[in-house]
Design a protein around this ligand. Structure first.
Ligand code: GRF
Length: 199
């Protein structure tokens, strides 16, 4: 039986698409749901175009009621019974209770070489720190924001004159290589780290 993967998004879903494209007939996992917290998530249409079930739980009515929002997320997840959850550009902070429920089954991709630059604006912060390299990390999600066990990292050079957008643009294709490579291993309980480098 293939592992069932639910992918949570908030935006364009390019990482979701990379994961879905990689889950071919020989892959140990299959996508069963793409779930967004906003109707504006362009990834919803991309998933639907690929015939993947989608759902949307708007977080705005739950302002100040994070557990209420997560209860609604859980209702959608229950319908598809995922074995693995992939956060892919999902921009909501999850409570320790939700994370505990999915501990060991939930992954995230973060655009920095963790533990450097947890949180937001990672490209800007890497430039401000004068880094010679930058990158992205796929990790298990735990109660510590961007702090769970690292499952893979990709590294890119920082070039003179780079802007944050330059880094984001150079990094995204590496994210699209890293996340699928990690999921292929994670789906068969192989936690050997994936490392990708470009010159
Ligand atoms: C990516 O930079 C990813 O690292 C971050 O969200 C950004 C957009 O991702 N988590 P996507 O195109 O929506 O997958």
């Amino acid at each position: 039986m293939k592992k069932r993967v639910a992918i949570l998004i908030s935006g364009g879903g390019s990482n979701m698409e990379a994961l879905v494209r990689d889950m071919d007939e020989r892959h140990p996992a299959e996508p069963v749901l793409v779930l967004a917290n906003t109707a504006n998530a362009g990834g919803l249409a991309k998933a639907a175009a690929r015939g993947i079930p989608t759902a949307m739980v708007d977080h705005r009515p739950f302002k100040g009621d994070r557990s209420g929002f997560e209860a609604a997320l859980t209702e959608e997840l229950k319908k598809v019974a995922p074995d693995i959850i992939c956060l892919a550009g999902f921009m909501r902070i999850l409570t320790p209770e939700f994370i505990a429920r999915w501990q060991g089954k939930m992954l995230n991709i973060h655009p920095s070489i963790l533990p450097l630059f947890r949180g937001l604006h990672t490209h800007q912060r890497a430039l401000e720190a004068g880094m010679a390299v930058h990158g992205c990390t796929v990790h298990e999600v735990t109660g510590e924001l961007d702090g769970g066990p690292i499952l893979g990292q990709a590294v890119i050079p920082v070039k003179d004159g780079d802007t944050p957008d330059d880094l984001a643009t150079r990094l995204l294709p590496m994210e699209h290589k890293l996340y699928p490579a990690v999921l292929r291993r994670f789906a068969v309980s192989n936690r050997e780290k994936v490392t990708l480098m470009v010159g």
